[in-house]
Ligand binder design. Structure first.
Ligand code: C2E
Ligand code: CA
Ligand code: CA
Length: 691
């Protein structure tokens, strides 16, 4: 995710979900609460009024009814107390007297009764002005009277004339009426509805206010809850926002780191870690770019390899090695002009690309001072370099192929111990061969294509063959004879050297034991042990097993190891050597003098023999230094009571000098090339005969 996307997303979440959404919800909640309150209060008042009215009217009706009933009972009592039976005519005096006394009931109370006689006149009325009058609202009196005769008990009307309350000009009334047969009157009583309405409205207001108060308290409570709720939401929002911003900045930081890492990776993918110079890929990209420019220009790629750089690493450690590489890099940068490209294509290989016409290419053969004066742990050393040059024109060619050609030429130079080579297509062939060897090795092992030749070792004392060195040979249908130096390093890399060595050891033990059985003068057998093999798991056990199975006396066996074998792990090497020495096997340092600190190993390792490298023997006659070195090796060896073997003895002269220097054993073409077991048998027979 990009940083911008992250920022947008965070803002969106904060605004949309954490601010707008809760805010809208809150407004809705409070709004609904107000609307609810308003609607509720209106409908509440209306319903309360109706219900109070209904109830009140009902109550008042009962009161009115009771009043009328009581009056009726009173009339009955009066009639009976005057000894009048049902249906008797009420005497006028009694009638008038009774009505007068009833009129008194209307005084001072809100309640009232009225009586209408058969002449439709009020004989009892709350308003005494209306008594015995024929001219007041005839129609209404008639209506009431007639309704009562017809058995109607409730009438509702509004009157003017009967009303003594000026304010209620047209008061609405409910009236209960009864026709009293004995007295021939209509008895009635009623209530003003205006009263009722007023009353119920005021009652309703009280009730509604009470309810509304409760309701608004409830609403207040709701609002209070909403506010708390809103508060919580905003609090949570603040916390979440804070957290979100924290996460955002943490993620942002991570994204920045990732961006930086990406940049670093991009940088690393194009630049060497140690020197910061363009790497192999960047170099081939550079050439690709050159090929996009104007065509026909001639360029030169020069691959520079530091000889034995591995040894600097091994001896002083990688940190020092890296420092040296940086010094080499800046030495090259010093030589650089603007038309030149400098790259660092692999551990100890640099590249210089220049345009031939500018004449800026470096001739490292002459420019020797470039690789001098490197500070290695305070020691000023000069490094040797190998150069492989590839010339090319910038037309339709791939950078990676040019670099690869440089590397092939370098391989060729190394294999042939050359220091300055120019690439030629035949060099690709040698790499093809390398590839084929690697592919064919496994099959060759299974197909038993390996066999052993033996080179005699002769004593300087009496010229007698006292031992042989076993040397592996490989003949392949496709590749022909493959030299050990060509396939052994590949077998080591592939991890199959153990299998080959076991074959060689088994074959050699069997052959030598058969032509020279164990005994006092029996031949010694020297076998080369590969660096990787010595330290491999199970080496000791398999070696012992092979030797024992062939029956050869293990005291006759010498294992030749080169310095590289034990450089990395001296204590481990010593442990393995000791185990094999315990059964009588002897150890020899092969190619002695070519390594870094051969002499120092002599004191560290429990070896029995030293084999002086053939390069010294080769120079022995002409080179005083070589002579002196051989002499000093012999001196040290004699102090340590080691057997000294000189290998690569090709001439009588060399043989003589070595004999004079008291070298013990000689080996070389002068005496015999490595031969098969039949020829070896002959040689030994001839040698014995000559003595
Ligand atoms: P090395 O152990 O130094 O063996 C001696 C090499 O020098 C042999 O080469 C031998 O043929 C050659 N040589 C002998 N006398 C002379 C001479 O007078 N002049 C010259 N110029 N060369 C001479 P080869 O057989 O080609 O072996 C090369 C290397 O391969 C050996 O060097 C050894 O390191 C390795 N090697 C050979 N056989 C085996 C083996 O069975 N196992 C292992 N691990 N390495 C082997
Ligand atoms: Ca050897
Ligand atoms: Ca050797």
């Amino acid at each position: 995710m990009k940083r911008k996307e992250l920022a947008n997303m965070t803002d969106k979440v904060l605004k949309r979900y954490l601010l707008w959404l809760p805010s809208v919800l809150m407004v809705c909640a409070i709004g609904t609460s107000f609307i609810n309150q308003h609607l509720f209060s209106k409908s509440l008042i209306a319903s309360v009024i109706t219900s109070i009215e209904d109830q009140y009217i009902a109550i008042r009706k009962t009161e009115v009814e009771e009043r009328v009933d009581t009056t009726l009972k009173m009339l009955d009592v009066i009639r009976q107390s005057n000894d009048l039976a049902d249906g008797d005519v009420i005497p006028k005096a009694l009638f008038d007297k009774t009505m007068t006394s009833f009129q008194l009931l209307n005084e001072g109370y809100d309640d009232y009764i009225f009586v209408i006689d058969s002449n439709k006149r009020f004989v009892v009325h709350r308003n005494s002005d209306n008594l015995f009058k024929n001219d007041i609202d005839d129609e209404l009196v008639h209506y009431i009277y007639q309704s009562a005769i017809n058995g109607v008990s409730w009438v509702e009307y509004s009157d003017k004339a009967f009303n003594n309350r000026k304010s209620d000009a047209a008061a609405q009334k409910i009236t209960h009426i009864r026709y009293v047969e004995d007295w021939d009157v209509v008895l009635g009583s009623g209530e003003l509805l205006n009263d009722i309405k007023k009353y119920s409205e005021s009652e309703a207001k009280i009730v509604t206010n009470l309810v509304l108060e409760q309701k608004s308290n409830q609403n207040l409570f709701h609002i209070f809850v909403f506010i708390i709720f809103a508060g919580i939401i905003y609090y949570l929002r603040t916390i979440t926002a804070k957290k979100l911003y924290q996460y955002k900045s943490a993620i942002e930081e991570k994204l920045i780191q990732i961006e930086e890492k990406d940049k670093e990776i991009a940088f690393r993918s194009l630049y060497n870690d140690v020197t910061g110079l363009p790497n192999r890929k960047a170099t081939s990209d550079y050439i690709d770019n050159l090929c996009l420019q104007e065509k026909g220009e001639e360029y030169q790629l020069q691959l520079i390899d530091i000889v034995d750089f591995q040894k600097v690493n091994n001896q002083y450690g990688f940190a020092v090695g890296d420092r040296v590489l940086r010094q080499v890099s800046s030495a090259l940068e010093d030589l650089k002009d603007e038309m030149m490209f400098i790259g660092h294509v692999s551990a100890d290989q640099f590249v210089v690309i220049c345009q031939k016409s500018t004449g800026s290419c470096i001739d490292f053969e002459k420019q020797t001072e470039t690789f001098e004066k490197f500070d290695v742990c305070g020691e000023m050393i000069s490094l040797h370099v190998r150069n492989a040059v590839v010339s090319f024109k910038n037309r339709n060619i791939l950078g990676s192929i040019i670099v690869r050609n440089g590397e092939l030429a370098m391989k060729y130079a190394k294999a042939n111990n050359l220091f300055n080579v120019s690439y030629s297509p035949f060099m690709s062939k040698s790499s093809e061969r390398h590839f084929k060897i690697s592919n064919l090795l496994d099959f060759a092992i299974d197909n038993k294509e390996f066999y052993v030749h033996y080179q005699p070792q002769v004593s300087t004392l009496n010229g007698k063959i006292i031992g042989v060195e076993a040397l592996v040979r490989w003949d392949n249908v496709e590749l022909g004879r493959v030299a050990p130096l060509d396939f052994i390093p590949i077998a080591e890399k592939k991890g199959v050297i153990g299998k080959i060595s076991d074959l060689v050891l088994a074959q050699a033990c069997k052959d030598i034991q058969s032509i020279s059985p164990n005994g006092e003068d029996a031949l010694t057998l020297s076998v080369n042990i590969s660096p990787n093999q010595l330290m491999s798991k199970g080496f000791v056990d398999s070696t012992i097993e092979i030797i024992q199975s062939t029956g050869i006396d293990s005291k006759r066996i010498v294992f030749e190891i080169t310095e590289g074998t034990f450089l990395n792990d001296i204590p481990g090497t010593i442990a393995v050597i000791e185990q094999l020495k315990a059964i009588g096997i002897k150890f020899s340092i092969d190619d002695f003098g070519t390594g870094y600190s051969s002499l120092s190993y002599l004191s560290k390792l429990p070896v029995d023999e030293v084999k002086i490298d053939k390069s010294f023997i080769n120079d022995l006659v002409e080179d005083k230094d070589a002579y002196n070195l051989v002499k000093s090796i012999l001196a040290v060896a004699s102090i340590k009571q080691l057997t000294i073997v000189a290998e690569g003895v090709e001439t009588k002269e060399q043989s003589q000098i070595l004999a004079d220097l008291a070298c013990h054993l000689l080996q070389g073409y002068y005496f015999s090339r490595p031969v098969d077991v039949e020829n070896l048998t002959k040689k030994i027979r001839d040698n014995l005969r000559a003595k």
